[in-house]
Design a protein around this ligand. Structure first.
Ligand code: AGP
Length: 611
């Protein structure tokens, strides 16, 4: 969603800011803007549309070595030039960019209007610019703190002020803010992606923290009701490959990230498999064997694909550990006043670690005294910091909106958790070893599936012709179907609906026709015969079929017309992930054949940081 960048140093700020904003495009946005501070004061340029449109239309005289920039995802007011950030006060001496939502914006707008201030935009952010401008405190830090003290809600914010031309002030409350230390220059961003081209030495602000950033360094403070107290935040080197944010030889990040899955899968498993005892070795859980044994229930919370992989995880935990487990959309959880039980383990799943619905669900659990662990990809993200322990996913930066490699690693993390929970209960050492061996084989098997991309592309092109599709599966296969439908609709914009195969005959079969294909998940498991019977019902009604299955499965009469995708067999319990991989490739090639922007699907954002 919204993105922030800032620069202060010896270079002209505008090109650096444009570059930073370009690196944040994947987050999703509808308008962009810059403010630079130079000899002739503060200048602002902003407009609806793409960053490149903004860059092409920047005024000729747009010099300044201090600046802030923003990509906006509309929340208060439509996407237009006026509502784009930065926002300024009436005299044009203050510029503010803001991520998050000011909940009491209406009251603050009314108060400012009452005082004679003319507000020009529909946004919540504009009030901040006016509040900073109206403050009579001595320093920019105090003025910003005074303004923020009036605000209820969340923010990552950067402020430039013509009266303080040697600094930017930034602050964070619920929305990430990172400071990057360059060579005689400093950077600011809401996401590492905008910084890594310039520096990998960074400091993450905490909630309630503010910083002064000058060309030579930064100073941090805690915003207390009584004023600002210094904090001792230091910049640290982050272990990140700067090319992680380049698509390289690939036409899109999604393609690159799908292809990275074998290596990333190895990374999440590395050092966490105990072959001798046939168990997982997940130190970050902060739970010893006795505590693991005391768990009576597991509740998994995530959104979108993280929720669907949570369903796969719940089924793994029930099967391997025989502990009741279920997954629930984190976005719904706190609104039903959930009962938090002391012997339930809550598991928050999030690639970004920023998804506000998941973060608020975690806070609801903790507020009621529950224990929550995180399966999170982004190290040091809000959710990672909020939980009692967890498993980092080691998927590397994921840029494409459609999650692929992070989702695979979520599944593998669940598998290790389920095995470890099982091994302190009744999962035998023999079964534990069998599963560990199967996990170890998965990276190569994922590679085998990806190697069939050309064949999958042909199937995908045919699927892309349909306006509407079904994805069906049963038990272990149902969350696979849900995730397949999610990926397909997300980037191909086709209506893709997931159903339990067993439920087709209770209603949706009425929709099956030659125009409505079905992608069926049919692993070689205890349900294979029932699944094949359902395929025959679809085929008999002229419904085109794509069947994701295992070699040797006899598809009966449906086999004659079905497009068949065979994936390698894993341990039966672990089959879902190999069944999921071809569905990613199908979605990708369907979107490609339809000419869509794969990495930036319409209306969607990589990190959903507003409710
Ligand atoms: C996945 O392809 C989607 N873009 C989306 O459903 C995503 O999984 C969801 O928004 C949760 O994001 P998170 O993992 O960063 O919390």
């Amino acid at each position: 969603m919204c993105g922030i960048v800032g620069y202060i140093g010896a270079q002209q700020a505008a090109p650096v800011l444009v570059e930073g904003l370009t690196r944040l495009e994947h987050r999703g946005y509808d308008s962009a803007g810059l403010a630079v501070l130079g000899g002739s004061g503060l200048k602002v340029a902003k407009r609806a549309g793409r960053v490149r449109d903004l860059a092409e239309t920047l005024p000729k005289r747009f010099g300044g070595k201090i600046g802030i920039g923003h990509t906006r995802w509309a929340t208060h007011g439509p996407a237009n030039d006026t509502n784009a950030h930065p926002h300024s006060d009436t005299a044009g001496r203050v510029a503010v960019v803001h991520n998050g939502i000011i909940d009491n914006a209406a009251a603050l707008r009314a108060e400012l209007a009452e005082a004679g201030v003319v507000l020009v935009s529909d946004t919540d952010t504009e009030v901040l610019a006016h509040l900073v401008a109206r403050s009579t405190e001595a320093t920019l830090e105090q003025r910003t703190a005074e303004a923020l003290a009036r605000v209820e809600g969340t923010y990552g914010v950067a402020v430039a002020h013509a009266d303080f031309p040697d600094r930017l002030v930034v602050a964070r409350n619920g929305s990430p803010l990172i400071i990057g230390v360059g060579d005689k220059e400093m950077h600011v961003a809401s996401d590492l992606a905008a910084l890594v081209r310039y520096t990998t030495t960074v400091a993450h602000l905490d909630d309630g923290e503010m910083a002064t950033v000058t060309a030579s360094g930064f100073t941090t403070y805690r915003i207390d009701p009584s004023g600002l107290s210094a904090t001792d935040r230091r910049a640290k080197e982050v272990d990140i490959d700067p090319t992680a944010y380049d698509a390289g030889e690939h036409d899109s990040f999604m393609h690159k990230e799908m292809r990275e899955q074998p290596a990333r899968a190895e990374a999440v498993l590395r050092g966490r498999l105990d072959e001798r005892f046939g168990t997982g070795h997940l130190g970050g859980l902060n739970l010893d064997a006795r505590e693991l044994r005391a768990i009576r229930r597991v509740k998994i919370l995530g959104c979108g694909s993280a929720y669907y992989v949570g369903e796969m995880g719940a089924s793994l935990i029930e099967e391997l550990a025989r502990v009741p487990a279920d997954a629930e959309p984190a976005s719904e959880f706190r609104y039903r006043n959930p009962i938090i039980e002391p012997d339930t383990l809550y598991v928050a799943v999030s690639q970004s670690g920023e998804t506000i619905d998941t973060l608020l669900a975690v806070q609801e659990v903790r507020r009621k005294g529950g224990r929550v662990i995180g399966l999170v990809n982004v190290v040091g993200s809000a959710i990672a910091r909020e939980v009692d322990g967890g498993i980092y996913l080691h998927a590397g930066p994921e840029v494409a909106v459609a999650s692929t490699k992070a989702l695979t690693n979520m599944y593998l993390a669940f598998a290790m958790l389920a095995i470890q929970l099982g091994r302190v209960r009744d999962l035998s050492i023999a079964d534990g070893k069998r599963l560990i061996a199967a996990l170890t084989a998965l990276p190569d098997q994922i590679e085998q599936v990806l190697a069939t991309e050309e064949d999958l592309a042909l199937v995908a092109k045919r699927l892309a012709e349909a306006e509407s599709l079904f994805f069906v599966g049963r038990v272990r296969g149902f969350p696979v179907a849900r995730e397949g439908a999610q990926k397909f609709k997300e980037i191909s914009y086709r209506h893709a609906e997931a159903y339990q195969t067993s439920e087709l005959k209770h209603g949706p079969l009425a929709l099956i026709s030659s125009q409505v294909p079905t992608v069926a998940i049919v692993p070689d498991d205890e349900l294979v015969e029932r699944n094949v019977a359902a395929l025959e019902q679809i085929a008999a009604r002229g419904g085109p079929l794509v069947v994701v299955t295992h070699a040797g499965v006899d598809l009966g009469d449906a086999g004659a017309s079905a497009a068949r995708i065979d994936v390698p067999r894993s341990a039966r319990e672990l089959d879902p992930i190999l069944l999921t991989i071809p569905l990613q490739v199908l979605a990708y090639h369907a979107a490609l054949s339809l000419g869509h922007d794969i990495d930036k699907p319409r209306n969607l954002a990589k990190s959903v940081t507003v409710e």
